[in-house]
Design a binder for this molecule. Structure first.
Ligand code: SF4
Length: 237
């Protein structure tokens, strides 16, 4: 079956996919959507698991990487290590529009005065453009990553697209076991207390007992960049 949009996917497919996880879910949706399927990755602390699962299915699956211009150098180096180790061939850097950056953030400090606008310019809008050719996409989100992600399902409808979360039901221990089993390298900042890694200005280490994403936009109400908000909400950022 080749589908071009979520509307073309039957409710039976969605129901069947909800019962799958990990590589089985990626393989099933990739079989349905072929070159209309992509994976998004931040190359953060747990990204190696989703990327390894993806490479097992097909290392040629497109991987969209949001290169905001505000990332840690460690993340960019880690990306190169994982690409080489996993044999990924289609990692695509998704960058903000330079004209927009020049107009809206000429001094590079928009994150400080309006982080939602910064995320919209550096992440949400470029990602929406990069996602246009695709009808289905996969994320590495897990339900244990905090209240905003609790109850996450394996399959969601994201506007006209199918969005899958192959690790939604995995527990933290399963992620750790997977790293050990396949000898996957850790993000270098994890050893310095960064449990989740995003842009440098908006990420801090966490202390014992804090949630995994407590270091993201610390002391702000903001918990997500916007690409995982419903399409309408993201557009309003
Ligand atoms: Fe800007 Fe921070 Fe969002 Fe990165 S995480 S795009 S620096 S507000």
């Amino acid at each position: 079956m080749m589908a071009s949009a979520a509307q073309d996917t039957s409710s039976q497919d969605i129901e069947r996919w909800q019962g799958l996880a990990g590589a089985d879910l990626i393989a099933a949706v990739y079989e349905a959507y072929d070159n209309k399927f992509a994976v998004v990755s931040s190359f953060g602390t747990e990204s190696a698991v989703l990327l390894h699962l993806t490479a097992q299915v097909d290392p040629n699956i497109p991987v969209l990487f949001l290169d905001t211009g505000k990332l840690f150098g460690e993340t960019l180096r880690y990306k190169r290590v994982l690409i080489a180790q996993l044999g990924l061939t289609q990692v695509r850097a998704v960058k903000p529009d330079q004209d927009e950056v020049d107009a809206e953030d000429p001094k590079g400090a928009l994150w400080l005065r309006n982080p939602n606008a910064c995320c919209a310019m550096r992440k949400v809008r470029p990602f929406a453009t990069a996602l246009r050719p695709f009808s289905a996409w996969a994320t590495g989100r897990k339900s244990y990553q905090g209240d905003a992600r609790a109850g996450l399902s394996h399959v969601e409808l994201d506007g006209s697209r199918v969005k899958i979360n192959p690790l939604a039901s995995w527990r933290r221990a399963e992620i750790e076991d997977y790293f050990d089993r396949f000898d996957l390298p850790k993000h270098p900042l994890e050893a310095e207390g960064y449990a989740s890694v995003g842009c440098m200005p908006c990420t801090t280490p966490v202390t014992t007992g804090e949630g995994q994403r407590a270091g993201r936009w610390r002391n702000q109400d903001k918990t997500e960049c916007g690409i995982h908000l419903p399409s309408g909400a993201a557009a309003a950022l």
